[in-house]
Design a protein around this ligand. Structure first.
Ligand code: SF4
Length: 894
């Protein structure tokens, strides 16, 4: 029988790549990019390529639990429904809340929002998308009267100038970066400007990099607006016909940013670079400004968004091919959540909670007994209310706030005090599930059906290609079952995701355009009559999808009409503000958090992939050499990063790509994968006053050298016993786990300690070596001539290489390999491949460097021919290029 792949959508970032998933008869899954999907045309990044490694059931939550004991669905659902009803009865609907996620599918999101806002009668439902792009939502609504992304991905190829602001596109939206690389190759005259305090790998394709002072973006774009007005850059006809507020916005821009030198000084960039950027923007009609978390995650994020949009409105560069402001979202369904009203200050279908007509319309459509009458609590405030005891029952769906919220340990402490914490998740053990009274097992990617919307408004299907494990259920089923038990059975009797989608689509067109000025941007009423078969076959489509545009809409505002009452877009006067928490003598550095190339959120999925684990094994703190020298930290030393809210330990990465006075730390690691490595425990909970989005890019910290008594690493076929280890990080491997270790006390007997650590049985051989004076210890446990576990200890962080050890787990040991194990270094026949650069083909840094030097390679294409590196997803190409530049010098000099 010929097996056919299932078309679905990647569960990671907001690019929303199409995927072909094939499950073979033996259960093995194969993943490929979908060549027909308009987001990626077959491309995938390293995370997408390795998805098959993440679909195993280890660590899954497969049965409901109440207070840690297995329960039936009936028991768990009754418990949740009765618990919520009891709190509502005793304390009112404002005493309950949902905290949901951009990982939910639109159908899940829709019923959660309907239950809370229309039936419980509170708007206390907020989402982790608040942490990601709430400032873009607020900025869009201020400027356009609607939360609308004007353009589409095709604009990346059509633009002649692409400005990337606060976006490490190469790592965070890798397939969009690949599209940019290809576009630049096709037309080298196309200019790319990167605006980011750090020199990230995205700068590899930049013609100009503005390493501006953290938080100074609004002043830069205000300066640009004023410059445009002075040098003939504004489109007076467009301003007159289609906008309002230009004069006020310009006045504010002139006050804050009166000249190029003033802007340069404020932003900490040379006048030449500022002038060049302003000139490029002024003279290039087809300009696209792509922005992301570097703009949004700020205490003035909404103003920064509007400062960017102001420049596009002033030039009339919106609604036409190759131009416009373009917010790219972090999560796979952040946009779908926005559509159904998953944010506490929105109603469903982009309608407004504070608009009585909208409330009444939604109430009628839902046949709701009550409708929330005021906005609910936004994420940070919601957890403050839990802490204060005002929220007494909280349901967390598909997210991990004990890791990802700012001041994360405080969020965890709040959960501990909450009377009823329900967590629906696909994973049993997360930093959040430990606080749950009730655990509800949810299906995950590959097991569930529904839709997601990507950054360009494109709705795509996620489809099932794996069997349902245990008794796990889709989130929409779990929510509707609870709703039925709460007494709302008549309005929550959905049979499938398709039924919910049809209702969602119908609401978006319900009473649409009855009144002048009340047209809605989000209207997918053209999909409201889809049959089950048509829903199953639904091809990716961009909203709006209504009678006037049944095939979808790639660009909005093409006619210069916006969704404000006047139909005109609004320019907003911006007075730039410095970040809310300035640095001081006690906390002199700015902490900036973000993503790494090969991990996603709190690693519950990417942490399962051995190949992804190999790119960044440990959390790191990226420091400028001067800041590192101040504390005596060398590359690979351990450092402690400390803020007013918490502290963590990370590996120092010393690089002049980082700007002086700043430190970058990835956001992914948490208590499941490391001890003392949760960066959000350090992040200040200050938020943007309009969007409620936390300032995750600017927390004052200090960094100190962490000097334990010993450093080490271990590899083992089972989890280590880590009770008294002061610092550890674990990473997945296919046959074994890897650990980095450090301790503040030297054990009395290394051999006893190592046997306990490795849980080494008496079975097999135990080989060890102790250099007491040198403080070195190595131990190896071998069973049936195969490596079972090993640990290496040294007094400094300069430990032996370990990539070669991994290769030994897959084979029987030769006598020379046994000797090399105790010697602590690879033999001649066991080359050390170094840290993995190409995750697709597991090609290490040392292998690549040697190949470049020995074969006199000159291009990434030649590296691809020889080693395959970079020939699949292309995520590693910027790093290959950097390595090439480093090593070519060596062989040229030879
Ligand atoms: Fe998934 Fe990568 Fe595409 Fe994002 S860019 S959707 S992570 S394959």
């Amino acid at each position: 029988m010929i097996e056919l792949p299932v078309k679905t959508t990647c569960p990671y970032c907001g690019v929303g790549c199409g995927i072909l998933a094939l499950t073979r008869e033996d259960g093995q899954v194969e993943i490929q990019g979908d060549p027909d999907h308009p987001a990626n045309y077959g491309r995938l990044c390293s995370k997408g390529v390795t998805l098959a490694e993440t679909v195993g059931l280890q660590g899954r939550l497969l049965h409901p639990e109440i207070h840690g004991k297995r329960a039936t669905w009936d028991q768990a659902l009754d418990y949740v429904a009765q618990g919520f009803l009891r709190v509502m009865r005793e304390h009112g609907p404002e005493a309950v809340a949902f905290y949901v996620s951009g990982q939910l599918l639109t159908e899940d999101y829709y019923v959660a929002n309907k239950l809370m806002k229309g039936f419980i009668g509170s708007a206390n439902i907020d989402t982790n998308s608040r942490l990601c792009m709430a400032s873009s939502v607020a900025g869009h609504k201020r400027a356009f009267g609607s939360d609308t992304v004007p353009g589409c991905y095709e604009d990346l190829e059509l633009a002649e100038l692409i400005v990337l602001v606060g976006s490490n596109t190469a790592w965070c939206h890798p397939v969009l970066f690949q599209r940019l690389v290809a576009a630049k190759k096709n037309n080298p005259a196309r200019k790319i400007v990167v605006i980011d305090p750090r020199r990230t790998v995205t700068c590899e394709i930049a013609d100009l990099h503005l390493a501006l002072r953290p938080g100074s973006d609004a002043a830069l774009f205000n300066g640009l607006l004023y410059y445009l007005s002075c040098y003939g850059g504004v489109n007076a006809d467009f301003l007159e016909a289609h906008t309002e507020g230009y004069a006020d916005a310009l006045r504010a821009a002139r006050i804050s940013s009166p000249s190029i030198p003033a802007v340069a000084k404020y932003c900490g960039v040379s006048t030449d670079k500022v002038a060049l950027f302003f000139q490029l923007f002024t003279r290039t009609d087809k300009t696209l400004t792509v922005y992301s978390q570097g703009i949004n995650q700020s205490s003035s994020g909404t103003d920064k968004v509007n400062a960017i949009i102001n420049c596009h409105l002033a030039t009339g560069r919106i609604g036409r091919p190759g131009m416009g402001p373009f917010s790219v979202t972090g999560q796979p369904n952040a946009m779908g959540g926005r559509e159904v009203g998953g944010l506490a200050n929105q109603l469903a279908a982009h309608m407004e909670l504070d608009n009585p007509e909208h409330r009444e319309r939604v109430r009628r459509f839902w046949h709701a007994p009550r409708i929330a009458s005021r906005p609910g609590l936004k994420a940070v405030d919601l957890f403050r209310a839990v802490e204060a005891g005002r929220i007494k029952a909280l349901w967390i769906m598909a997210t991990n706030p004990a890791v990802s919220l700012p001041d994360a340990d405080r969020a965890g402490a709040a959960l501990k005090r909450c009377g009823l914490v329900v967590v629906s998740d696909c994973m049993r053990n997360t930093d959040t599930t430990r606080f749950a009274n009730v655990l509800l097992p949810a299906l995950t990617w590959g097991e569930k059906e529904g839709t997601v919307t990507n950054s360009e408004r494109r709705i795509s299907r996620q489809r099932t290609f794996l069997p349902k494990p245990g008794v796990a259920q889709p989130d929409w089923w779990i929510i509707t079952q609870v709703a039925q038990r709460m007494g709302f059975a008549a309005e929550f009797t959905y049979e499938s995701a398709a039924t919910i989608f049809r209702e969602h689509a119908a609401l978006s067109g319900f009473d649409a355009a009855k009144k002048q000025g009340d047209q809605r941007a989000f209207n997918i009423s053209g999909l409201a009559e889809l049959s089950d078969i048509a829903y199953e076959a639904l091809a990716p489509i961009q909203w709006p999808v209504a009678a006037a545009a049944p095939a979808g809409t790639s660009r909005l505002f093409t006619d210069g009409r916006f969704f404000t009452v006047s139909g005109k877009a609004r320019l907003i006067p911006i007075a730039p503000r410095r970040p809310a928490n300035p640095t001081d003598a006690g906390y002199p550095l700015v902490l900036n958090t973000g993503r790494v190339r090969d991990h996603w959120h709190t690693m519950t999925r990417t942490g399962k992939s051995p190949r992804l684990a190999m790119h960044d094994l440990e959390p790191y703190a990226e420091l400028h050499p001067d800041d590192a020298a101040t504390i005596g930290a060398q590359e690979q030393a351990l450092v402690r990063v400390i803020s007013r809210f918490g502290d963590m330990i990370a590996r120092a990465h010393v690089t002049s790509d980082q700007q002086r006075g700043s430190v970058f730390v990835p956001m992914h690691w948490n208590d499941q994968f490391a001890h003392r490595a949760k960066v959000d425990a350090l992040v200040s909970p200050v938020t943007d006053p309009i969007s409620g989005q936390p300032e995750s890019k600017h927390t004052p910290v200090r960094v100190e050298l962490y000097q334990p008594a010993w450093y080490g690493f271990a590899l083992a076929r089972r989890p280590l016993v880590l009770n008294d280890i002061d610092y550890w990080v674990s990473a997945g491997g296919s046959d074994f786990l890897r650990y980095a270790l450090a301790g503040e006390r030297v054990p009395r007997d290394w051999a006893v300690w190592a046997r306990d650590l490795l849980s080494a049985s008496e079975q097999g051989e135990w080989l060890d070596y102790l250099d007491n004076r040198g403080g070195r210890y190595r131990a190896v446990h071998i069973i049936d001539n195969r490596l079972d576990a090993c640990v290496f200890i040294a007094p400094t962080f300069a430990l032996p290489p370990r990539a070669w050890l991994a290769a030994l787990f897959g084979k029987e040991l030769t006598s020379s390999e046994r000797m090399s194990l105790l010697a602590g270094r690879p033999g001649h026949s066991q080359p050390d491949t170094g840290a993995i650069v190409c995750a697709c083909f597991a090609v290490g840094q040392h292998t690549l460097a040697t190949a470049i030097r020995q074969n006199h390679l000159r291009s990434t294409e030649e590296m691809g021919v020889l080693l395959k590196a970079g020939t699949n997803c292309g995520s590693c190409l910027p790093e290959l290029k950097a390595l090439l530049a480093e090593c070519v010098d060596d062989w040229v000099q030879v």
